[in-house]
Ligand binder design. Structure first.
Ligand code: CMP
Length: 137
């Protein structure tokens, strides 16, 4: 069993896509092991995306990610990191395969509805950023 962190970003929450995204996970047999809605401060968003600190889009990305509530989830299942990435589609929605969350709903390379961890190492770090072990069931 593997775990990954999923985020429904502020654009997904404000556009009423929480149910749509969760439905896609559950339909695939992915288990939601933890979930909460939070509104990050700019500092918290900067901490979460620290690996992108040097990127030209860092300031805009952290403004966006702290602009409204998000839903953070721990997903659990076999090979769930890759399966979640397959459901999300490419970061750039223009390159995302038809039927993926980003192809269906993203409007912008930044406002791409969802985030998912990209490796087991990052999944551990990202889950621990938002959840204590006691909150994961
Ligand atoms: P995410 O999977 O959360 O990882 C980093 C985020 O930065 C990405 O999704 C986008 O929301 C945002 N982003 C903005 N511009 C770019 C870009 N040119 N390349 C990659 N990510 C970008």
């Amino acid at each position: 069993m593997e775990r990954t962190l999923s985020i429904i970003k502020p654009d997904g929450v404000s556009r009423g896509l929480i149910g749509e995204v969760i439905k896609r996970f559950e339909k695939e047999g992915i288990r939601i092991a933890a979930m909460k809605m939070i509104h990050m401060t700019k500092k918290e968003a900067e901490g979460f995306y620290a690996v992108h600190r040097e990127k030209p889009f860092f300031d805009s990305l952290t403004d966006f990610m702290s602009s409204g509530p998000i839903v953070v989830m721990v997903l659990e299942g076999e090979d769930v990191i890759q399966r979640n990435r397959d459901l999300m589609g490419a970061t750039n929605y223009k390159e995302a395969k038809p039927g993926t969350i980003r192809a269906d709903f993203a409007t912008d390379i930044e406002k791409n509805v969802v985030h998912g961890s990209d490796s087991p190492e990052n999944a551990k770090i990202e889950i621990a950023y938002f959840f204590s072990e006691l909150e994961i069931h």
